[in-house]
Design a protein. Structure first.
Length: 380
């Protein structure tokens, strides 16, 4: 380590000494390291020897004993104690640095005729609720106060429900409807989930939203309860660019979802959207994922829930630079990003149901009437 103060030259030092009428000792460092090496004093004249009065042998021994005792005590005080290596404290997820985007869904053909005059997230469930209430309440309970809902098909009833139910004065939720704008692709409607987010990516370049570090992408037609900040914390802890929320699934439903293969660290090695035939068999997982041997044999696949956390910078880079023509997250963006980005899996162990078909909608509503229902609208 170099000395912090530069020393004057010998000529200037000598002239300064003569002006003051005395010689000044100059300090020189034996090396550039301060790790216990001596600082030698050099003087142009030898230091005079001090005369000491003669002492007796007994007095000398007593003085030596006292000095040794003092030196031992000082050495004990100055003894270097072992220092533990500092531990790296990972930052805690802050809801103020997180925004969420709820996708209003496509045309909803699999839920027809329920979606004949309404968007999928506006379909009633549990009597007085709408599907959009599930991700909305999860966001609010997680402390996320920046919520954007992207809509396109039959969005009138959805917009009306949000305006009446979530009428916050601080604009905690904003509805972003598909619009046609000038430009190369501005005359088209949303072509998919990724294209919908790309159209409004400019929002996160605004100065007011520069502090948003992570974006949660949510679907508006799922039934589950999740603390999204646990999801984001996992994303931060692993240093991921993308984190995909996943659940185990069996043979009967595996081909209905995007499937992932992960390694022992949780990193996604392969992502296939709704594989069938031989491609489906290649997605078998050999990891037990904390399941019992019986459940592990039953749930051979890991399915994507269609819920993602993106680092904001990575999301903008993916949609604009790397895959500017990709329209869908599940079938295009995520499978390609696995090769070049750190894509992690977040294993969700709670109840989750995809309300994408008439059968799943019927079964989910019927399950709510069970005496021991797996899902409760009221959080105890």
């Amino acid at each position: 380590m170099a000395a912090a103060l530069s020393m004057p030259s010998s000529s200037s030092s000598s002239s300064l000494s003569h002006r003051r009428g005395r010689r000044v000792s100059s300090i020189s460092y034996s090396s550039s390291s301060f790790m216990g090496e001596r600082i030698a004093l050099r003087s142009s004249t030898p230091m005079p020897k001090l005369r000491t009065a003669p002492t007796s042998t007994a007095a000398t021994a007593t003085a030596t004993t006292i000095c040794n005792s003092v030196l031992i005590d000082v050495a004990k005080d100055l003894m270097i104690q072992p220092v533990e290596a500092p531990t790296m404290v990972k930052p805690a997820a802050d809801p103020r640095s997180v925004a969420s985007i709820i996708l209003g869904g496509g045309a909803g053909t699999r839920l027809f005729p329920l979606t004949q005059k309404r968007a999928k997230p506006a379909v009633p469930i549990g009597g007085c609720y709408r599907l959009i209430d599930i991700p909305m309440s999860n966001c609010i309970n997680s402390g996320i106060n920046r919520i954007y809902v992207l809509t396109q098909f039959n969005s009138h009833s959805l917009n009306r429900h949000i305006a009446k139910t979530y009428n916050f004065t601080n604009s905690i939720v904003e509805v972003l409807a598909a619009t046609q704008t000038p430009g190369e692709f501005g005359d088209r409607w949303f072509q998919g989930t990724a294209d919908a987010v790309r159209r409004f990516a400019w929002l996160f370049e605004d100065a007011k939203l520069r502090q948003v570090e992570n974006i949660v992408i949510l679907s508006g037609d799922h039934l589950y309860r999740m603390d999204y900040m646990d999801f984001v914390q996992k994303h931060i802890d692993t240093g991921a660019d993308i984190t995909v929320s996943c659940v185990p699934t069996d043979d009967s439903r595996a081909c209905d979802f995007g499937l992932v293969k992960i390694d022992e660290t949780g990193r996604i090695e392969q992502f296939l959207e709704k594989p069938k035939g031989e491609s489906l068999k290649t997605m078998w997982t050999q990891l037990f994922l904390g399941l019992s041997p019986q459940d592990a044999n039953k749930y051979k696949y890991i399915a994507s829930m269609g819920i993602y956390v993106f680092r904001t910078s990575s999301l903008l880079r993916l949609l604009r630079l790397h895959y500017p023509t990709a329209n869908d997250f599940g079938s295009e963006v995520i499978p390609k990003a696995v090769k070049d980005y750190n894509v992690q899996a977040y294993l969700f162990d709670g109840y989750w149901e995809d309300i994408g078909t008439i059968k799943s909608f019927f079964d989910a509503n019927l399950a709510l009437t069970d005496q021991c229902s797996k899902f409760h609208f009221y959080d105890p």
